[in-house]
Design a protein. Structure first.
Length: 227
């Protein structure tokens, strides 16, 4: 009984294999001939076997890690760019605007008689908080700003004695800063800015999605080995 033909031979090669008395060097050479795809696969196997296994494994692990990072970034991009995400961002923007208008209205009403404009606004608040830090940390560390003794303590900005009216005005300023309307505005602003920051972090660039060329070669090899 003749031996079974090798797995993967063509019908013509099987015919030659089963035909009695038809064996020749030419036919054996035909059976031993490798196709272009087989030669390419053999070269890949020889290349893999010639590599340092530890270094090759580390390279594949690194490529897998980078691919996982790209997949995670793509998921974040999809989650941050759908209709629901845009609607949420717009709602937070509108809420911030409404809370800011309410705080401005409260400021305008409370400080209508103030001799200077925009009391309670961003520039004024920065000045107020700077005065707080200087008073609590340097000038009057034993007191909590804006508490002060009239005619004894000095204004930390103009360094003049504080009159009873000035002390009361400072307390009025502090009540506005600590009030609900201003706190609501700050909370809404932080929520909106956090959403914008999250959207910014979801951006993808070519550099972030560019993978190691070795990853593509490994993927091709795995694909061919499964055929």
């Amino acid at each position: 009984m003749p031996p079974k033909p090798p797995i993967g031979t063509t019908s013509r090669e099987r015919d030659l294999h089963f035909r009695p008395g038809c064996y020749s060097l030419r036919q054996l050479a035909l059976l031993a001939k490798l196709s272009g795809e087989e030669r390419q696969r053999l070269a890949m196997l020889e290349s893999d076997l010639a590599q340092d296994p530890k270094r090759a494994s580390a390279r594949v692990t690194d490529s897998r890690s980078r691919l996982d990072q790209v997949v995670t970034a793509m998921k974040r991009l999809v989650e941050g760019s759908n209709a629901a995400a845009f609607a949420e961002c717009e709602a937070l923007r509108a809420d911030r605007a409404a809370k800011r208008d309410a705080a401005n209205l409260a400021s305008d009403t409370l400080f209508a008689a103030s001799p200077l404009p925009q009391i309670g606004q961003a520039a004024w608040r920065a000045l107020w908080e700077a005065a707080r830090r200087y008073s609590d940390e340097v000038a009057y560390p034993g007191k909590s700003f804006p508490d002060a003794s009239a005619n004894d303590d000095l204004c930390v900005l103009c360094q003049q004695p504080l009159s009873p009216e000035a002390v009361q005005r400072r307390l009025t300023f502090e009540s506005f800063v600590k009030g609900t309307t201003k706190a609501d505005e700050e909370l809404a602003s932080r929520a909106y800015e956090a959403t914008l920051a999250q959207a910014e972090s979801s951006r993808l660039t070519i550099d972030r999605i560019r993978l190691d060329p070795q990853l593509h070669r490994n993927r091709d090899r795995e694909h061919r080995s499964c055929r």
